[in-house]
Unconditional design. Sequence first.
Length: 416
Amino acid sequence: MIQRPKGTEDIFPEEIYRWQYIEKKLRGRASLYGFTEMRFPVFEYTELFSRSVGESSDIVGKEMYTFNDKGGRSITLRPEGTAGAVRAALQGGLLSGNFPLPQKIWYNIAAYRYENVQKGRLREFHQFGAEVFGPASPYADAELISFASQIFKDFELKDINLEINSIGCPECRNKYAEALRKYFGEHDDLCETCKTRLKTNPMRILDCKSPVCKKIAENAPIILDYICENCKNHFDILKSTLDSLKVAYTVNPRIVRGLDYYTKTVFEFVAAGVGTQGTVLGGGRYDGLVEEIGGKPTPALGFAMGIERLLLAMTEQGIEIPKPDGIEYYIGDTGGEAEHKKAMEIAAGLRSIGKTAELDIFNRSVKAQMKYADKIGAKKAFIIGENECETGVIKLKNMKTGEETITNIEDLIKNG
Ligand code: HAM
């Protein structure tokens, strides 16, 4: 039998309610914050990601699903949503001055990264993301972060920590890169990849998973000692606003994020008990990206949350997702053509007044039909036989209590 590709998951009917519950809540919460959904393609020209996520990132360097299409163009399955969202916003003229700023959009997408598969780390995964185009003010950062933190409250997640940092503007980062080059340059035992990173983007070394590099990185200079007055001021206002909003956070100067487009604020929400893949949500400001992709300089910021990781964290913390109601009516029949047609007619009537109804499409015995009704959690059931067809009266059984009531079919179809 053909298996699904490694790192992908099937979502089966019996678990889809968990996804739908999450998606519905996220949609509702996003709309309360004034965000509107945007949809954009699963694949883009490769250049979009190499220019935005960055050549020196692991994502572009190692993890993209890239292929040439039949026209010989290099295409990549999106490894994340921000690049596509910015490209679409620009192409659709959302940032052209014809639309009010800020533009606030959300998306719910599948994304693709060729990763080492483990719990919470997939090759096809899903992100709920939000992006804000326009504002440079740190209050926008605080507003976005409080939106993200509200999401975790909505899902009643407890052990979730917000970690924030500032990685400054390109000028601060140049100074910081110099300091890192000096520090890491004195360590010959860096891994081979980090030796390259030393030249291309030394900040990436701080993200290296190799134990030796990790150990060396522990004493590396921290960015917060290198950020300029303007970036520092931005970060200070963000922190004091989060304080006044009572959004708890810790400053983690080690957060650098795995994508190259960030400027100033970066943040992550890390859940306890989800193992090494505890980062459920990550985001930050990316003031240079719109211009990089060909637009006018436009400050922007956003975040994305991994739905699989959110589900994992909820499961680990024993948070129950309410199961949807079962079917309301199961209509059995004794097998004759007239009975079967009558059952179908009643089902159609019930559905037309918004009641869920199922019937036998197997020609099973009445006993087997009732067993099935029980299995699918039908709340009420009745059988259409010759007698019921003639009199229009049925015995409606409450499947939970076993109680039976005599009911007129016409009344049932009218009032449910
Ligand atoms: P990211 O940190 O790469 O950021 O991904 C965001 C979230 O997606 C992660 O925190 C994690 O929950 C989930 N995720 C990432 N990779 C995987 C994977 N292989 N398997 C399962 N879940 C995964 C971004 O993607 C940025 N675009 C976020 C952003 C939006 N920044 C600004 N706007």
